[in-house]
Design a protein around this ligand. Structure first.
Ligand code: GTP
Ligand code: MG
Length: 194
Protein backbone atom coordinates (compact mmCIF):
# COMPACT_ATOMS: atom_id res chain seq x y z
CA UNK A 1 0.00 0.00 0.00
CA UNK A 2 1.21 3.44 -0.93
CA UNK A 3 1.04 5.64 2.17
CA UNK A 4 1.85 8.76 0.13
CA UNK A 5 -1.51 8.53 -1.54
CA UNK A 6 -4.14 9.95 0.82
CA UNK A 7 -6.73 12.71 0.94
CA UNK A 8 -9.54 13.83 3.19
CA UNK A 9 -12.86 12.53 1.86
CA UNK A 10 -15.65 13.79 4.14
CA UNK A 11 -16.86 14.34 7.70
CA UNK A 12 -20.18 12.99 8.99
CA UNK A 13 -21.94 14.25 12.11
CA UNK A 14 -24.30 11.29 12.50
CA UNK A 15 -24.05 7.68 11.41
CA UNK A 16 -27.21 8.19 9.34
CA UNK A 17 -25.27 10.51 7.02
CA UNK A 18 -22.70 7.85 6.18
CA UNK A 19 -22.70 6.72 2.58
CA UNK A 20 -22.78 3.02 1.78
CA UNK A 21 -19.46 1.33 2.27
CA UNK A 22 -17.76 1.16 -1.13
CA UNK A 23 -14.22 0.22 -0.15
CA UNK A 24 -12.48 -1.76 2.59
CA UNK A 25 -12.47 0.34 5.76
CA UNK A 26 -9.73 0.62 8.37
CA UNK A 27 -11.20 2.34 11.44
CA UNK A 28 -9.48 3.86 14.47
CA UNK A 29 -11.28 3.80 17.83
CA UNK A 30 -10.35 4.64 21.38
CA UNK A 31 -10.97 7.06 24.17
CA UNK A 32 -10.64 10.79 23.62
CA UNK A 33 -7.02 11.95 23.52
CA UNK A 34 -5.56 8.44 23.15
CA UNK A 35 -3.88 9.46 19.89
CA UNK A 36 -6.10 8.24 17.01
CA UNK A 37 -5.71 11.29 14.78
CA UNK A 38 -1.97 11.53 15.51
CA UNK A 39 -1.54 7.90 14.49
CA UNK A 40 -3.29 8.52 11.17
CA UNK A 41 -1.01 11.47 10.52
CA UNK A 42 2.01 9.34 11.36
CA UNK A 43 0.93 6.48 9.09
CA UNK A 44 0.60 8.83 6.14
CA UNK A 45 3.47 11.08 7.19
CA UNK A 46 1.22 14.14 7.01
CA UNK A 47 1.18 16.57 9.92
CA UNK A 48 -2.26 18.03 9.27
CA UNK A 49 -4.23 15.29 7.59
CA UNK A 50 -6.32 14.75 10.74
CA UNK A 51 -6.73 17.47 13.35
CA UNK A 52 -4.90 16.83 16.62
CA UNK A 53 -5.20 18.60 19.96
CA UNK A 54 -3.77 18.28 23.43
CA UNK A 55 -7.34 18.74 24.67
CA UNK A 56 -9.62 15.70 24.46
CA UNK A 57 -12.68 15.85 22.23
CA UNK A 58 -10.98 17.21 19.12
CA UNK A 59 -12.46 14.84 16.56
CA UNK A 60 -16.20 15.40 16.76
CA UNK A 61 -17.31 13.82 13.48
CA UNK A 62 -16.67 10.55 11.64
CA UNK A 63 -13.89 11.46 9.23
CA UNK A 64 -13.22 9.45 6.10
CA UNK A 65 -9.90 9.53 4.27
CA UNK A 66 -9.31 8.16 0.79
CA UNK A 67 -6.30 5.89 0.70
CA UNK A 68 -5.24 3.42 -1.95
CA UNK A 69 -8.24 1.11 -2.56
CA UNK A 70 -9.48 1.76 0.97
CA UNK A 71 -11.00 4.23 3.38
CA UNK A 72 -9.34 5.09 6.67
CA UNK A 73 -11.85 6.21 9.28
CA UNK A 74 -11.03 8.51 12.21
CA UNK A 75 -13.78 8.19 14.80
CA UNK A 76 -14.57 10.56 17.67
CA UNK A 77 -13.20 9.39 21.00
CA UNK A 78 -15.29 7.86 23.72
CA UNK A 79 -15.21 8.62 27.44
CA UNK A 80 -14.72 12.36 27.35
CA UNK A 81 -16.59 13.71 30.36
CA UNK A 82 -16.32 17.45 29.75
CA UNK A 83 -18.93 17.73 26.99
CA UNK A 84 -22.65 18.32 27.26
CA UNK A 85 -24.97 15.39 27.67
CA UNK A 86 -26.40 15.93 24.19
CA UNK A 87 -22.90 15.88 22.65
CA UNK A 88 -22.11 12.68 24.54
CA UNK A 89 -25.25 11.09 23.14
CA UNK A 90 -24.35 12.26 19.64
CA UNK A 91 -20.80 10.87 19.91
CA UNK A 92 -22.00 7.53 21.23
CA UNK A 93 -24.49 7.43 18.34
CA UNK A 94 -21.69 8.03 15.83
CA UNK A 95 -19.42 5.31 17.22
CA UNK A 96 -22.15 2.72 17.87
CA UNK A 97 -24.02 3.65 14.69
CA UNK A 98 -20.90 3.19 12.58
CA UNK A 99 -20.33 -0.31 13.91
CA UNK A 100 -23.98 -1.31 13.67
CA UNK A 101 -24.01 -0.72 9.93
CA UNK A 102 -23.37 -3.33 7.30
CA UNK A 103 -19.97 -2.08 6.27
CA UNK A 104 -16.78 -3.41 4.77
CA UNK A 105 -14.93 -3.66 8.10
CA UNK A 106 -11.48 -4.78 7.09
CA UNK A 107 -9.68 -3.86 10.28
CA UNK A 108 -10.59 -2.02 13.46
CA UNK A 109 -7.56 -0.56 15.18
CA UNK A 110 -8.48 -0.23 18.84
CA UNK A 111 -6.19 2.22 20.64
CA UNK A 112 -5.35 2.06 24.34
CA UNK A 113 -2.93 4.27 26.26
CA UNK A 114 0.08 2.10 27.16
CA UNK A 115 0.67 3.93 30.42
CA UNK A 116 -2.53 2.88 32.17
CA UNK A 117 -4.79 -0.13 32.64
CA UNK A 118 -7.61 -0.27 30.10
CA UNK A 119 -10.60 1.85 31.20
CA UNK A 120 -14.02 0.26 31.56
CA UNK A 121 -14.98 1.79 28.19
CA UNK A 122 -11.84 0.30 26.61
CA UNK A 123 -12.88 -3.07 28.01
CA UNK A 124 -16.42 -2.59 26.62
CA UNK A 125 -15.05 -1.68 23.21
CA UNK A 126 -12.84 -4.77 23.07
CA UNK A 127 -15.68 -6.99 24.32
CA UNK A 128 -17.89 -5.60 21.58
CA UNK A 129 -15.25 -6.22 18.88
CA UNK A 130 -14.83 -9.83 20.06
CA UNK A 131 -18.62 -10.42 20.30
CA UNK A 132 -19.27 -8.93 16.88
CA UNK A 133 -16.35 -10.96 15.46
CA UNK A 134 -14.94 -7.91 13.75
CA UNK A 135 -11.33 -8.11 12.58
CA UNK A 136 -9.43 -6.02 15.10
CA UNK A 137 -6.01 -5.37 16.54
CA UNK A 138 -4.77 -3.33 19.48
CA UNK A 139 -2.39 -0.40 19.31
CA UNK A 140 -0.90 0.69 22.62
CA UNK A 141 -0.26 4.40 22.17
CA UNK A 142 2.31 6.88 23.48
CA UNK A 143 4.96 4.18 23.95
CA UNK A 144 7.64 6.91 23.81
CA UNK A 145 6.62 7.77 27.37
CA UNK A 146 7.89 4.41 28.68
CA UNK A 147 11.18 2.51 28.73
CA UNK A 148 11.62 -0.73 26.79
CA UNK A 149 11.11 -2.84 29.89
CA UNK A 150 8.05 -0.86 30.97
CA UNK A 151 6.60 -1.36 27.46
CA UNK A 152 7.03 -5.14 27.79
CA UNK A 153 5.48 -5.12 31.23
CA UNK A 154 2.48 -3.00 30.24
CA UNK A 155 1.91 -5.01 27.09
CA UNK A 156 1.75 -8.21 29.13
CA UNK A 157 -0.47 -6.60 31.77
CA UNK A 158 -2.96 -5.32 29.19
CA UNK A 159 -3.01 -8.66 27.35
CA UNK A 160 -3.89 -10.28 30.64
CA UNK A 161 -6.47 -7.65 31.65
CA UNK A 162 -8.26 -7.97 28.29
CA UNK A 163 -7.92 -11.79 28.16
CA UNK A 164 -6.29 -11.84 24.74
CA UNK A 165 -5.20 -15.11 23.26
CA UNK A 166 -2.14 -15.36 21.03
CA UNK A 167 -4.31 -14.60 17.99
CA UNK A 168 -4.83 -10.99 19.06
CA UNK A 169 -2.22 -8.67 17.66
CA UNK A 170 -0.99 -6.02 20.12
CA UNK A 171 1.52 -3.43 18.90
CA UNK A 172 3.11 -0.72 21.03
CA UNK A 173 3.35 2.45 18.94
CA UNK A 174 4.51 6.03 19.16
CA UNK A 175 3.42 8.75 16.79
CA UNK A 176 6.28 10.80 18.22
CA UNK A 177 9.21 8.41 17.79
CA UNK A 178 7.78 6.15 15.09
CA UNK A 179 8.13 3.04 17.25
CA UNK A 180 5.87 0.23 16.03
CA UNK A 181 4.64 2.13 12.97
CA UNK A 182 6.20 -0.25 10.42
CA UNK A 183 4.70 -3.22 12.25
CA UNK A 184 1.30 -1.52 12.25
CA UNK A 185 1.58 -0.77 8.53
CA UNK A 186 2.36 -4.42 7.82
CA UNK A 187 -0.65 -5.55 9.86
CA UNK A 188 -2.94 -3.14 8.01
CA UNK A 189 -1.60 -4.31 4.66
CA UNK A 190 -2.10 -7.93 5.61
CA UNK A 191 -5.76 -7.27 6.42
CA UNK A 192 -6.31 -5.24 3.26
CA UNK A 193 -4.83 -8.09 1.21
CA UNK A 194 -7.12 -10.74 2.71
P1 GTP B 1 -9.87 12.93 20.11
O1 GTP B 1 -9.98 13.38 18.69
O2 GTP B 1 -10.12 14.01 21.08
O3 GTP B 1 -10.70 11.70 20.38
O4 GTP B 1 -8.33 12.51 20.39
P2 GTP B 1 -7.35 11.58 19.55
O5 GTP B 1 -7.45 10.19 20.03
O6 GTP B 1 -7.54 11.79 18.08
O7 GTP B 1 -5.92 12.13 20.01
P3 GTP B 1 -4.93 13.14 19.25
O8 GTP B 1 -4.29 12.45 18.09
O9 GTP B 1 -5.64 14.41 18.98
O10 GTP B 1 -3.80 13.33 20.36
C1 GTP B 1 -4.09 13.77 21.66
C2 GTP B 1 -2.82 14.28 22.32
O11 GTP B 1 -1.91 13.20 22.53
C3 GTP B 1 -2.05 15.32 21.51
O12 GTP B 1 -1.50 16.28 22.40
C4 GTP B 1 -0.95 14.51 20.85
O13 GTP B 1 0.19 15.29 20.55
C5 GTP B 1 -0.65 13.49 21.93
N1 GTP B 1 -0.10 12.25 21.35
C6 GTP B 1 -0.68 11.49 20.41
N2 GTP B 1 0.09 10.42 20.12
C7 GTP B 1 1.19 10.52 20.89
C8 GTP B 1 2.37 9.72 21.05
O14 GTP B 1 2.57 8.68 20.40
N3 GTP B 1 3.26 10.13 21.99
C9 GTP B 1 3.08 11.25 22.73
N4 GTP B 1 4.01 11.56 23.63
N5 GTP B 1 1.99 12.04 22.61
C10 GTP B 1 1.06 11.67 21.69
MG1 MG C 1 -8.97 12.76 17.05
Amino acid sequence: MNYHNVSFAAAYGTSGQLPASTRPEVAFVGRSNVGKSSLLNKLFNRKKLAKVSSKPGKTSTINFFNAENSHFVDLPGYGYAQVSKSEKVRWAEMINGYFEQDRNFTLVVSLIDIRHPATSLDVQMVEFLKEAELPFMIVLTKADKLSKSQIMRQKAALRKQLSFGPETEVVACSSESGLGIDELKKAIERHLAE
